[in-house]
Unconditional design. Sequence first.
Length: 107
Amino acid sequence: EEYRNQGTAEAQAIADMIATTSVNGYAGCASAIQNLSYLDSLDQITGLPVLFIAGAQDAGTPPAGMEAMHANMPGSEYVLLDPAAHISNVERSADFTQTLSGFLAKH
């Protein structure tokens, strides 16, 4: 919400993109992922570096869900960006990039 209310050209462009998504397109995407859950099988993924980055105000992928994925994947890393919502890579681009770059440099 905070990011959306800043009134930047970037925030407006994202809002416009979302607003122009067709109802059928949105419904199709929602239908495709509504029952998608790999939570119980994440522990089977081993030997790979994994980083979960969550936005503290993300209603679409709440931090609790990301924390659960992190807990089910031994050796993974978890970072919470606050404030940030669903597009934390845009809302907090410098912090997101620093977090991801640091993770990639380690691995």
